[in-house]
Design a protein around this ligand. Structure first.
Ligand SMILES: *Cc1c(COP(=O)(O)O)cnc(C)c1O
Length: 361
């Protein structure tokens, strides 16, 4: 039996519905994101049922899987020049920085008799995608050229924060986006309807002060899985945190010391020096799952008496001495999946069976 990753769609719906409620109250539209579970159709359908305004993914092959859903779709990552035909075919919008790509999108859209919607990305300091906010000339040139292309429409500007540089949204950096939008609207006398702000790191602002800077769209993925905003790592009120569980099977159950015995190598098989505390003899289980299957750092055993001691490529070592469960070889142990890195790796792993379900009430 493969390890199982279980996604509870009722909890996805609870979180997405609450997100849509609080955003719509502030006239902010919501882009529901499917990249965390590789464009799964049932998951996407649940987001649509929860009332999101758009669906988005960073990979066009995932958007292709969602073509049966009647909702506008966005490609989150700048299109590859080599895929513009598919981008125009499967996405209504894409987030862009490069004029060369926008030109290619216009050509592809013309060949398909379509108009493709462009959101121009501005980098306000996190240093991932976008034209640098201080480069007025580059911003105005990109807008000007985009407006002249026949088969693209400049629908808005956007920014992304926290994903690379760890910078959180503030009145200051969202204020910059607002000023740039205002400047573009004035200079070119266009509507520029969308100002798309950040991601799960904007949620604290949405709840605490209301979203700043005229941002009228947010794009959210990881909070749907973890129930946490990511600016301060707070659990969100009314959101479920246990959306995803992982089950793995016990293949060995032995009593051993907690501290290895013998002369130590300069590092272990994963390039890290290893340190262990001496807790005496402990009951330890080995589970048939490891670093090749999933990022283990985000796993927390549902039975709080069980602690993760570490993992190698195919083995997860847990201390079960204080567990209330009467565990045996062949039993499974359940973990809550608490980080985005664990969700992403577990969903994309061929070694794990992903099961997306509605709780049987
Ligand atoms: C992944 C992604 C998001 C979602 O980020 P979360 O922090 O997971 O909510 C938003 N915008 C872009 C451009 C992304 O690539």
């Amino acid at each position: 039996m493969k390890p199982k990753l279980l996604i509870d769609l009722d909890k996805v719906k609870q979180n997405a519905t609450e997100l849509v409620r609080v955003a719509h109250e502030q006239n902010v539209t919501v882009t529901g994101i499917t990249k965390g579970d590789c464009g799964n159709l049932d998951f996407a359908h649940t987001l649509v049922e929860s009332g999101v305004d758009y669906l988005a993914d960073s990979r066009v092959e995932n958007l292709k899987k969602l073509s049966s859903l009647m909702i506008e779709k966005m490609l989150l990552r700048s299109p590859k020049l080599s895929e513009v035909q598919d981008v125009v075919r499967y996405a209504d919008y894409s987030l862009n920085t490069e004029l060369k790509v926008i030109e290619a999108l216009s050509n592809a859209a013309r060949s398909q008799n379509k108009t493709h919607q462009i959101i121009l990305m501005i980098d306000v300091g996190d240093l991932r995608e976008g034209i640098w906010f201080e480069d007025d000339t580059a911003i105005l040139t990109a807008v000007n050229k985009t407006l002249q292309l026949p088969n693209v429409h400049l629908a808005g500007i956007g920014t992304n924060l926290t994903c690379f540089g760890g910078i959180i949204p503030t009145r200051k950096n969202y204020g910059i986006i607002h000023q740039i939008a205002h400047h573009i609207r004035q200079t070119f006398n266009i509507e520029l309807p969308i100002i798309s702000g950040g991601n799960s790191s904007s949620l604290h602002m949405l709840y605490e002060t209301g979203i700043a800077g005229g941002i009228n769209n947010i794009r959210v993925n990881q909070a749907i899985f973890t129930g946490q905003e990511i600016a301060f790592g707070q659990q969100l009120n009314g959101w479920a945190s246990d959306v995803i569980r992982l089950q793995a099977e016990i293949i060995e159950l032995q009593t051993k010391p907690s501290k290895p015995i013998g002369r130590k190598a300069y590092m272990n098989a994963f390039g890290k020096p290893s340190t262990f505390s001496d807790k005496g003899l402990r009951k330890r289980a080995i589970l048939a799952i490891g670093k090749q299957d999933v990022d283990i750092h985000g796993l927390v055993a549902m039975d709080l008496g069980i602690t993760i001691e570490g993992a190698s490529s195919d083995h997860l070592i847990v201390d079960v001495t204080d567990s209330v469960l009467k565990l045996q070889v062949g039993d499974t142990i359940d973990f809550q999946v608490t980080t985005y890195a664990s969700v992403l790796s577990g969903m994309a792993s061929n070694y794990i069976e992903q099961r997306i379900y509605h709780e049987v009430l």
